[in-house]
Ligand binder design. Sequence first.
Ligand code: C2E
Ligand code: MG
Ligand code: MG
Ligand code: MG
Length: 296
Amino acid sequence: KFEPSMQDRARLRLALETDLRAALALQQVKLREALTLDQFAVHYQPIVDLATGQLTGFEALLRWQHPTRGTLNPDGFIPLAESIGLIGALGSWILRRARHDAARWPLPAHGTPLQLSVNVSPLQLREGPALIAGITEALQGAGLPAQRLEIEITENAMAEQGASVLADIHRLGVRLAIDDFGTGYSSLSRLAQFSFDRIKIDRSFVQVVGGTAGSARPVAPSNAAWMIRPIAALGTGLGISTVAEGVETAAQASLVWEAGVTEMQGYLVSTPVPADAVPALIARLDQASPYWGVRR
Ligand code: C2E
Ligand code: MG
Ligand code: MG
Ligand code: MG
């Protein structure tokens, strides 16, 4: 049976694809050089340390300021950009744009330079040499040493990938994070073949307490805490940090803190903000109560 909603979705996809081609394909030259694109922006969401409450860095999140549909989130158009062969150029632009912004971030009061995390799609990973070239290019110029840049790769993309491109990224001195950990289909033996610097625990494990809706893959509340615990322990054992994604309430922050997670990200601290709002956000977080309402 052909559902109307399916037809609507197909129509929307086609319309967006046309718009995306127009917004990007016509700007191929600009894409390869420009720092500014008419319809695209990179927003930044803070990540804070749970033990100290201090800001450790920001994740770059792409936004499409569509001329008639308003601001669109990447889940709705990254797959389209991949399917029309534009993700490589767009990905390089994001890296350049984010590096430019991060190089200008003020130092927080605690004095440790902030990290920049950038998402990379499975297709970008598969086009390994182009990705390495894009990262290398983005690192040129002053202001952002390689150790301050982190590339986020979803668990699935990492499992599908040969270790070589990940080793190439590491060789540049750039850090690697596994994104959306716990939702993929990779095995621990597969993950053991890679080295990475951070584990980001998917928000479906976090958003089981505190009454939030909208989790894509609900996990039973009683199970969630038991699943976060061994992931946090894995991070501790490997000597790397773990980030709880999608923390919206103090109850959720308490849950992940008690489970041994080291950092958090989510609306409790801040939604993603435009680049020009970052300095004020850094100043606000300098002043913030260090505990975020976490029970301890
Ligand atoms: P992600 O990397 O797992 O990013 C986290 C997503 O969770 C973001 O959605 C963020 O806005 C959202 N989020 C943060 N805190 C909360 C919270 O407290 N509650 C809820 N409900 N959501 C929260 P966004 O920005 O829509 O991005 C979706 C996905 O698109 C990202 O998931 C990432 O996989 C991908 N993406 C984003 N930017 C880029 C990019 O520049 N390049 C590529 N290749 N992919 C990107
Ligand atoms: Mg991410
Ligand atoms: Mg994630
Ligand atoms: Mg995600």
